[in-house]
Design a protein around this ligand. Structure first.
Ligand code: SF4
Length: 292
């Protein structure tokens, strides 16, 4: 099987079969992201995908879950995704779920009828980088959509029954704004009802717009203490039932996991214990995460 360029997949898809359908990210403009900066976006041709599936069948005795690589594979037009799903289902009839990263803009380009069709051929569990529920914050991050557009598109997924996993980024609001961002983000997720929440912490990579904004003094990063208080405020305000919360990314100072809202209190207590352990004074700084 061929993989071109850097390949990322969510940690939860560690046991899934990976199939590359695009190279890079079609958006590639988020102000914090370096993941695909060195890669030119392109679509993998169908002959290559077919060859990869034939090879994959020789390697994988079973593949119940397939993750389509790369940064925003849901950018592919619905007919192409349906063609790919058909080929996956032909070679791996046991496959129940075809999943991938998606953006709000990717959903906007699909009609309701197409979303229904995508769902019916096994496409589900879309991982969507929302980062924050604050309009001001996501505009600074160049996410390419508004909060209202994100709410509308996630509601369309809910209506069709396509599960969506919300990816959040702590620390993106900047100094003094974490609590406000947490409240807006909690309100966003309460309204859009994702099936899973994942929260990482902002890492400032050289060459990104956000890193340049820091150097110009236009963006002041949150301290570690502020990021942890932001996470606690987020957890305090989320009202969801039976939704896994993964706050265990390597960028997170304190690794937490639980089912919301049931475990919110326990997670907050463990963050408080970590704050006590490190000491508030030691956390009045921003650790470099650029090597992660
Ligand atoms: S959509 Fe995802 S992969 Fe693409 S630039 Fe934004 S964060 Fe990076």
């Amino acid at each position: 099987m061929q993989f071109e360029g850097t390949t990322y997949r969510p940690p939860m898809e560690a046991d899934s079969m990976l199939l590359q359908v695009t190279v890079g990210c079609a958006h590639n403009r988020c102000a914090f992201c370096t993941m695909y900066r060195d890669v030119r976006f392109r679509v993998i041709d169908m002959e290559q995908i077919e060859r990869d599936l034939i090879k994959a069948r020789q390697i994988y005795p079973r593949a119940e879950r397939v993750f389509l690589v790369n940064g925003d594979a849901f950018v592919l037009p619905a007919p192409r995704l349906i063609d790919i799903a058909g080929r996956i289902n032909h070679h791996f009839p046991e496959c129940t779920t075809i999943t991938m990263y998606a953006s709000v803009q990717n959903i906007q380009t699909k009609t309701d009828a197409q979303l229904h069709e995508l769902k019916s051929c096994g496409i589900n569990d879309l991982y969507i980088g929302i980062e924050s529920g604050s309009e001001e914050v996501i505009q600074r991050l160049n996410k390419g959509h508004t909060v209202a557009e994100a709410k509308k598109e996630l509601e369309r997924l809910n209506t069709v029954g396509i599960n969506h996993m919300t990816l959040l980024m702590l620390g993106v609001a900047g100094k003094g704004r974490g609590i406000e961002s947490a409240r807006l983000t909690a309100s966003f997720v309460n309204e859009t009802r994702p099936q899973m929440l994942w929260a990482g912490t902002l890492a400032l990579f050289e060459g990104t717009e956000l890193h340049q904004a820091v150097q110009r003094g236009e963006f002041i990063p949150q301290t570690e203490y502020e990021v942890l208080e932001e996470e606690k405020e987020l957890l305090r305000n989320i009202r969801l039932n039976d939704v896994p919360f993964y706050g265990n990314h390597p960028t997170n100072l304190v690794k937490v996991y639980g089912i919301l809202s049931r475990d919110a209190g326990r997670i907050i207590q463990s963050i408080d214990r970590a704050i006590e352990h490190h000491g508030k004074e030691a956390l009045q700084t921003t650790f470099s995460r650029s090597s992660l």
